[in-house]
Structures are given as structure tokens and as C-alpha cells.
Ligand binder design. Sequence first.
Ligand SMILES: [Zn+2]
Ligand SMILES: [Zn+2]
Length: 290
Amino acid sequence: MKKYIVYEDNLMELFKRCPVCSRSCVLNTRTIGTLLHVEQKCTHCEYYYNWTSQPYINNIPAGNLHLAAAVLFTGSSFAKTHKSNEVGNSQRMEKEGFERSIEVLEKRGLKIKVVVTDRHTGVQKFMRKDIVHHFDQWHMGKGIGKKIDALAKLKNCQEVGPWRKSVVNHLYWSGSTSTSGKEVVAKWTSVANHIQDIHIHDGELFPKCLHQPLVGEQARQWLKPSTAACEKLTEILLAPRLMKDMEKISPEHHTSAIESFHSLVLKFSPKNVVFSFLGMLCRYAIPSWL
Ligand SMILES: [Zn+2]
Ligand SMILES: [Zn+2]
């Protein structure tokens, strides 16, 4: 017997109207694995029909039996097939998760103005035009900190190491004290001068550093222009993609609370194991009991 893949809306077309009086029917559906039951009731003329999408083989829906056999006979296993997640891969899961979360929040009446995320390139693609998208400060600072750490490991670039903390702090400060993306960028780019003991900058948005003259310990760390350390650190600080993203850094809202929630959730649902939606939901509930 041939089998077909049928979409719900198309299938329900067949049951919408009462075949006796042609008025609309009340439909109830339930599934057992791949089997679909449709209960069709006419409230106008008492017509009643109970339809199943598959024949039965010894009380087992034939489709369930055939699918189980097909999985086994093609060398796969039920556990593996069942685990195949809903959306295919983690990139798509991120999109799916984002869309579903927005839907849930809006259904509950929340008007979403701003969303703060990391700089994951995928997220930017599916961000809606009517929502302001910001990047989280901590994520951006972490990315730059890592790059500076790696640079400080190179033989002739060790002197960039002590700058890590001030550079990351400067990023937080640029993000939190600005009223526009352009102002963030102006403040941020000044750090490439500052590390070379230059405190007067081009442009009107941030023409000079706000700090007092630096002396003692701080004054000894200036990077000499044209040295490998200075050139390479400047390259990191002024990288085109970073500059572009810097305009969208979040001025006030942060993702830190959800990050720490996720790190707690990870103890119960390690990333290298695939859980079903329900399994994941249960595991998400555990931290809230603790
Ligand atoms: Zn009827
Ligand atoms: Zn300065």
C-alpha cells in the first residue's frame, strides 16, 4: 500500500463540512505515534464520523510498526532517530529558539523594544527590523581580552599584556557613557592613541581623554609607536568588524544574568547530549527548585 505525507490543513479540508447537511463540523484530533485519529461531529444534524489514518495490524497502527521496522532495517537505531532534534542543527536552533521566545513574550503582551545578544553572526540575520539590536558588553570585552592574551604570548609583544584590563574597562566605559553608536566608536578608538601616550584625538565627539595626567606605574607602560606590539594591538582594537559592532554595544542592559542561569542549567543538560524538547524543559526546571 502506498503511503503519503499529508499536511494537516490539507487533510482537515476533507472533514470541515458535514457530508449530510454541508454545514461546518467540530473536529477533534489525537495521535498515537504516526497514527492520526480524526473525530468529526456535526452539531446541526447529529452526523458523527471516526477516521484513522492507518490500518491496524494486531492492534498496532501499521505505520508505527512499519516505521520502527524501517529504522531498524536501514541500520539505524530508534534512540538515534528519535534524538534527531526538531530543527536540524545548532545554528538553526538558535534562530528557532529566538523566534519562539519572541512569540511567547509577545503573546503575553510584552512590547519588545530592545534585544541584547552576543555577536553571533547568525542572530543578526534574523533580527526583526522593528527591534533594536544591541551587543552585550561582557561578550565583546571577553573577545578582545582573549585576543590581547594571545598577542601577549608572542615573543616581541609581551608588553601588551598589562593593557588587557584597562582596554576591557575602557570598552565597558565607552558603552555605558555614550548616547549614540558614533560616540561609542569615538571613545573606543581613542584607546589606540592612549596606549601610545597620545591623549588628544581626531573628531569632535571625543577630542581628548578625560583622565588626569598619568604618572608613576601607569606612565611606564606606554607602547612605542611602530613596534610590533603597538601595531598588532592597534590592529585588534581597530578591526573593521569590531568597529562596526561597537556602534551597537548595549549601553545599559546585560546578558550576565542569563549567562549564569545557563551555566547552572549546563550542569543538568550537558551540551554533548541531545535531549528531547520535554527532556530539556524538565532539566531547565531543576535549577529553579534548588
Ligand atoms: Zn450535518
Ligand atoms: Zn588617555
